[in-house]
Design a protein around this ligand. Structure first.
Ligand code: NAP
Length: 311
């Protein structure tokens, strides 16, 4: 039997909200990693985070990257800083798990992806939802012919306007999820047939070479919707809580076929614990680096095309 790999030692760049609420508690439950240090621009913030999560406190991101007790970094900085700090981390010899959206466009994404390839390091965009077991079950049903041949997909992620009135950048922050789901469900060979958007919302129509159509919608000033559906020649599958899925959520896959409706209940799962586990496993095995690089590039290219409303 292969001996268990030692836990990968993780450093965190920035005391981000998502790190505190979701990722660091999930890391504590993942035996494949050990949180070694957290860095902040502010010494007090780093110390408070480190005390809460039981790791070293570091002032300044470069100081963390210079440490030799770190194998990899989790990078939850604001999107505009993702490429710059990924490059710095890769140049310092660290593997990188970076929050989405990885880059503002494919040209920027290529800079970091090329650096990861050059240094032989893993660079992964942290789309947690992909690592929730509910999607593997949907793909298993689809592959087993449960709804016949796939004809169309819809994927929707939209949230109400924040009480503060603040708006994030709509397509990169929210539209990124349906664009990533489209590739999971319909494959990566997608052409963008058209797209439209307002300040806080947008939609796009994509198609595979076989003519499967994919309709994506996102928004930041909408009634809440967090789902996708697959419609085939013999039935339909739909899933709620597809992208943002709390650890205690009990997933239900709705399957309609032959005039009947089934509601398949799955056990809860933790997509945050799973994504950091998948990252650590890939680092330990030295596999999946090229796949992760291609995933980043394909997502960035599709986001560019959707943003341009390409035909
Ligand atoms: N995967 C998911 O489910 C999910 C959910 C929400 C957000 N996200 C993504 O996670 C990332 C972080 O989001 P968040 O809402 O957690 O961010 P946040 O709370 O604003 O934290 C970002 C951190 O970046 C650091 N930082 C460095 N330079 C900064 C600057 N110029 N302005 C502001 N902060 C700066 C700060 O840490 P220090 O001051 O300690 O250095 C700050 O705490 C984003 O890419 C977002 O899209 C992902």
């Amino acid at each position: 039997m292969r001996p268990a790999a030692r836990p990968r030692r993780i450093g965190v760049l920035g005391c981000a909200d998502i790190a505190r609420r979701r990722m660091l508690p999930s890391m504590a439950r993942q035996p494949l990693v050990r949180l070694a240090a957290v860095a902040s621009r502010d010494a007090g913030r780093a110390a408070a985070f480190a005390a809460e999560f039981g790791c070293a406190a570091v002032t300044g991101y470069d100081a963390l990257l210079a440490r030799d007790d770190i194998d990899a970094v989790y990078l939850p900085l604001p999107p505009a800083l993702h490429v710059r700090w990924s490059l710095r981390a890769l140049e310092a010899g660290k593997h990188v798990l970076c929050e989405k959206p990885f880059a503002p466009d494919a040209v920027q994404a290529r800079l970091a992806v090329d650096a990861a390839r050059k240094h032989g390091l893993l660079l992964m965009e942290s789309f947690m939802f992909l690592h929730h077991a509910q999607h593997a079950e949907v793909l298993r049903l689809l592959g087993s012919g449960a709804i016949g041949e796939l004809r169309s997909v819809t994927a929707e992620f939209a949230i109400p306007r924040l009480a503060s009135g603040a708006l994030a950048s709509t397509l990169p922050e929210v539209g990124a999820y349906p664009v990533r789901a489209a590739q999971l469900l319909a494959g990566s060979e997608l052409a963008v047939l058209g797209a439209g958007s307002g300040e806080t919302y947008g939609s796009a129509l994509l198609a595979t070479p076989q003519g499967v159509t994919v309709h994506l919608t996102h928004g930041l000033d909408h009634a809440y919707r967090n789902r996708y559906a697959l419609w085939g020649s013999g039935g339909r599958i739909s899933l709620d809580r597809a992208y943002s899925t709390p650890d205690d959520h009990v997933p239900v896959i709705h399957l309609e076929r032959g005039g009947s409706r089934e509601h398949l209940t799955l056990p809860p799962d933790s997509q945050f614990t799973n994504v950091i586990g998948a990252f650590a496993r890939a680092v330990a095995d030295g596999t999946g680096f090229e796949r992760a690089a291609q995933d980043i590039m394909r997502q960035a290219e599709l986001m560019d095309l959707v943003g341009a409303g390409a035909i």
